[in-house]
Design a binder for this molecule. Structure first.
Ligand SMILES: CCCCCCC[C@@H](O)CC(=O)SCCNC(=O)CCNC(=O)[C@H](O)C(C)(C)COP(=O)(O)OP(=O)(O)OC[C@H]1O[C@@H](n2cnc3c(N)ncnc32)[C@H](O)[C@@H]1OP(=O)(O)O
Length: 285
């Protein structure tokens, strides 16, 4: 049954209010592979190893996470075929290490790629503090592989950032662990595609794949290290496209250019898994 674009475009995703603190931000940092060097105090700052933990900027992508709402049969979406296509975020101010936030997620667009090609669902999440000041805005593209050809518009699509045509200036490796997705899911995405081999097989993968937002967090760590010297107040915005799946246990190598362009490679298979990346410093930092 084709999806009903009007229903999806107006689908009411409930707002999420969340109290978070040191345990949540440490879980997030561990689940994106931070803390593997127990001698590096700059990384360990994000785990609260010495003093209060700092919030990794990319935790904005999971704070107030609405969950895997596309699995609701009322959306009409073939949830088994859903993959995360693109992710962006802008931090308007540094995220405090603890607090109460309210996240509001809404669908902002739906693009029909045609029968057999899929559809793109654009969404936006804003995170506000108790004074209603917006801390961060997150932008997502969900690739609905099984839902093209519903008769919708094929424009406008977001143009992906073009990377420089020269070798990167820096590389930063993050080894992931075979059980990475089992830990990462506790940030709010229990999609069985990442956990259950039978579900992964039905979706067309030989084994469960890593959450896109986990790979995104690994890349954010690389950008924080290389371009911000672990100072989260300098982290402004980050946009990227998920170009191929990642298997937990692979090493993610983020290749970074001085202008903020980046991409991430799964080293063992030599496949670009995040492409078209663009990082920006916070204005004035
Ligand atoms: C906030 C949102 C939250 C969403 C959460 C969802 C729940 C999560 O638990 C799910 C996950 O985390 S899944 C894991 C992470 N994602 C992935 O592994 C997907 C990796 N990418 C792919 O498989 C393919 O690129 C694929 C399948 C994406 C596209 O592959 P192809 O079909 O081969 O694409 P191609 O033929 O090259 O291009 C078709 C048209 O689509 C555009 N496009 C390609 N990749 C895109 C992408 N990643 N995002 C957006 N658009 C994309 C192309 O430009 C092309 O457009 P056009 O026809 O206009 O040229």
């Amino acid at each position: 049954m084709p999806i009903d674009p009007d229903h999806l475009l107006t689908y009411a995703i409930p707002p999420v209010t969340q109290d978070y603190g040191p345990a949540d931000i440490a879980l997030y940092a561990l689940s994106i592979g931070m803390g593997q060097d127990p001698m590096d105090l700059r990384r360990l700052a994000y785990l609260g190893a010495a003093g209060e933990a700092r919030a990794m900027p990319s935790i904005a992508t999971v704070l107030g996470h609405p969950g895997f709402w596309l699995a609701d049969p009322a959306t009409g979406v073939d949830a088994l075929k859903v993959v995360h296509g693109e992710q962006g975020m802008t931090l308007h101010r540094p995220l405090p290490p603890r607090g109460r936030i309210t996240a509001r997620t809404r669908v902002t667009g739906l693009i029909d790629k045609g029968p057999g090609r899929g559809a793109l669902l654009y969404s936006e999440k804003t995170i506000a503090n108790e004074n209603d000041a917006v801390l961060a805005t997150c932008r997502g593209t969900t690739f609905l592989r099984g839902d093209g050809g519903f008769g919708g518009a094929s424009e406008p699509v977001r143009a992906p950032h073009q990377l420089p045509d020269r070798a990167p200036d820096h590389v930063f490796d993050t080894p992931t662990r075979p059980e990475q997705a089992l830990l990462y899911r506790w940030n709010g995405d229990p999609n069985p595609l990442h956990l259950d081999p039978a579900v992964a097989a039905r979706a067309g993968f030989p084994r469960p794949i890593l959450h896109g937002l986990c790979s995104y967090g690994c890349a954010a760590h690389a950008l924080l290290a290389v371009l911000c010297d672990y100072d989260d107040s300098r982290f402004g915005a980050m946009d990227a496209r998920f170009t191929a799946h990642v298997f937990p246990g692979e090493t993610l190598r983020t290749e970074i250019w001085a202008d903020g362009s980046f991409r991430t490679r799964a080293v063992e298979r030599d496949v670009i898994v995040i492409g078209n990346g663009l990082f920006q410093h916070r204005e004035g930092s």
